[in-house]
Write a protein that binds this ligand. Structure first.
Ligand code: ARG
Length: 599
């Protein structure tokens, strides 16, 4: 799977080495020429370009080519000689300053500082969107957050919301149309007991309000215990399910009411996090299930097993149940149908599901069933494509499943509010309440507090468990959103302090990268696009976080070695500050974090 660089043909590239937004890809194109020239008889060799140990980048093809040609009458005597040939046949390019060969044939590439400077100047004029990757899909579905009606929206759903939003944002930045889907659990047998309990507690259902029911989770628990202990109630609840599924208007209405109340609670979380989602819950797909199961059946996939209807899949010791023995549908029937809908009705080419790793088997199974049905290509890297983005548990400081205080469930709204309150307290300790208006104090507390929660989650490799700690995430030192937001604010204030009109400077000013600190920072800036591409390809937001943290470290090194204001290089260095601030803000944007300009 490779993203294409922005639409410029190789021919124009050779003549005009303008930065296409992705250094790695651009070097691959150059080395493609040299690989073909060096080993014309070895077909299908792809240029291997990596960040270099000695140069800025390195080409690692020599060993592989050597392995294929040695002992076959080749003119080359060693991998080193292959490396030398690779080096000499690289087409001349403005972007490359020099190449050298090291060890067993690695070609080190040093980029031209002049070209790097020019590329950043261009970005300052044309905007950072010119550095966006271009994935080969037009439309994608990101299925994320997806809590269950009347049940707890837990920290797992919070992770899904944060990770899914970032993936959606990265794809949107890459000009993919993203359908942000909230696949809420709003259907199933539990609604029978919920509705019946609602009727019992509030005979006048129409007037039931959110406040009357109060805590929907407690309501769920009460109705569940009644269901388990009272056989008459249980019987009624089971009939309620039949009525609901049969479309009885009174039951539908009660169901809608329960959904509505849950939705208000979910919305409070989304509002704080500023996450946009479009709800298409499980119930939406319900009418389509029978025909989808019929299609799978007609393809010979569905078999009878102990009264249920199942699909047997190689590599799994249990079959995928698609119709329960009582004739009802389940999680898998809905997911298969939703997949069918997304592929055929919504014409999505990439469908991404964000849930905890515990659901991996479920996804692998219905993905496999879809491949068997011919809905998806055999190779999981070809489009239309599906991916399960799994993540680990959230644990508390005691390494156990995360809880706050004494309550056994964590209300997400309370958790987010606590992050905000803590960051506000820290701002007040720094005397900001005297300096700022209450609105500004509040906005900054939100940006920092919610930003901290998001970043602390996103920076970990998502597949591992992650330890939730307010103290750690709100620390203003180390790899935290607080540190990064402050770093950005400091850069902004340097630009302001200079008294220069930065937008004017962008148009006319020239960038020079003579100092090592300037060059190292610039190189990292130019790696932004390939980083976003990698984060999209691997579906790992942590890749972008690591990039952002390194950016701020390189900025610090630059700033402590290179005087900006009042130096002869002031214009150039202000432009470098501005470019850094722009890239940082884009990273924040992609991570769903609101930037702060003043601290
Ligand atoms: N509602 C499910 C849960 O809370 C997550 C749904 C994920 N999406 C999907 N298409 N299965 O675990």
């Amino acid at each position: 799977f490779a993203f294409a660089t922005k639409s410029k043909s190789v021919a124009t590239m050779a003549a005009n080495q303008e930065f296409t937004g992705n250094l790695k890809r651009q070097l691959e194109k150059l080395f493609d020429v040299s690989v073909k020239a060096t080993a014309p008889d070895v077909p299908g060799v792809k240029p291997l370009i990596d960040i270099g140990k000695f140069g800025d980048y390195q080409c690692n093809n020599a060993m592989g080519i050597w392995a294929k040609i040695k002992g076959k009458g080749t003119q080359f005597k060693s991998p080193l000689a292959v490396g030398q040939a690779l080096m000499t046949s690289v087409p001349a390019s403005e972007m490359v300053e020099s190449c050298s060969v090291a060890g067993p044939g690695f070609v080190n590439v040093v980029l031209s500082a002049k070209w790097m400077a020019k590329s950043i100047e261009n970005m300052l004029i044309d905007g950072i969107d010119t550095w966006a990757p271009a994935p080969p899909v037009k439309r994608a579905v990101v299925d994320f957050s997806s809590p269950n009606i009347a049940k707890e929206m837990h920290v797992g759903h919070l992770r899904s919301t944060i990770i899914g939003d970032t993936i959606a944002r990265m794809l949107e930045f890459s000009k993919v149309e993203v359908l942000r889907r909230n696949h809420v659990g709003d259907w199933g047998t539990q609604f029978g007991m919920l509705i019946e309990y609602l009727f019992e507690k509030f005979p006048d259902t129409d007037s039931v309000t959110e406040t009357a029911i109060g805590d929907l989770q407690a309501f769920y628990k009460e109705s569940k215990s009644k269901f388990d202990s009272d056989p008459v109630f249980k019987e009624k609840a089971q009939q309620a399910v039949v009525r609901l599924q049969g479309g009885d208007p009174i039951y539908r209405k009660a169901w809608a009411k329960i959904c509505e109340i849950s939705r208000t609670e979910f919305a409070m979380v989304y509002k704080r996090l500023r996450v946009e989602l479009e709800e298409k819950g499980e119930s939406f797909y319900n009418p389509y299930i029978p025909s989808v199961i019929e299609e799978l059946n007609s393809k010979g996939l569905v078999e009878e097993s102990e009264g249920a209807r199942v699909i047997f899949l190689e590599g799994f010791n249990i079959p995928l149940m698609v119709v329960k023995s009582d004739g009802g549908f389940n999680y898998a029937s809905t997911d298969l149908t939703a997949l069918w809908y997304r592929l055929n009705e919504e014409k999505a080419e990439w469908i991404i599901y964000v849930t905890d790793v515990g659901q991996q088997q479920h996804f692998n199974m219905f993905f496999k069933a879809a491949r068997k049905a011919g809905w998806l290509p055999e190779s999981d890297k070809t489009y239309p494509r599906v991916d399960h983005v799994g993540f680990g548990l959230v644990v508390g400081e005691d390494k156990k499943r995360f809880r706050t205080r004494s309550t056994d469930v964590v209300r997400l709204v309370d958790l987010l509010d606590e992050a905000k309150t803590r960051s506000k307290t820290a701002l007040i300790e720094r005397g900001k309440d005297k300096e700022w208006t209450p609105e500004k104090l509040d906005q900054t507390a939100e940006a920092v507090g919610y930003g901290a929660v998001k970043y602390a989650d996103l920076k970990n490799n998502r597949t591992t468990n992650y330890q939730f700690s307010f103290d750690e995430m709100l620390n203003d030192k180390g790899d935290t959103a607080v540190y990064l937001l402050y770093a950005h604010a400091r850069i902004s204030s340097i630009i302001t302090k200079s008294g220069k009109d930065i937008d004017e400077l962008k148009k006319t000013g020239k960038l020079a990268l003579d100092h090592e600190g300037e060059r190292a920072l610039a190189l990292h800036l130019l790696r932004f696009a390939e980083t976003v591409e990698e984060a999209c390809t691997t579906l790992l937001p942590s890749v972008l976080c690591a990039y952002l943290y390194e950016l701020s470290n390189r900025y610090t090194t630059f700033y402590s070695n290179c005087q900006v204001i009042g130096s002869p290089e002031e214009t150039s260095r202000l432009l470098l500050c501005e470019a850094t601030a722009i890239v940082m803000r884009k990273c924040f944007h992609l991570l769903g974090i609101t930037p702060v300009y003043k601290i």
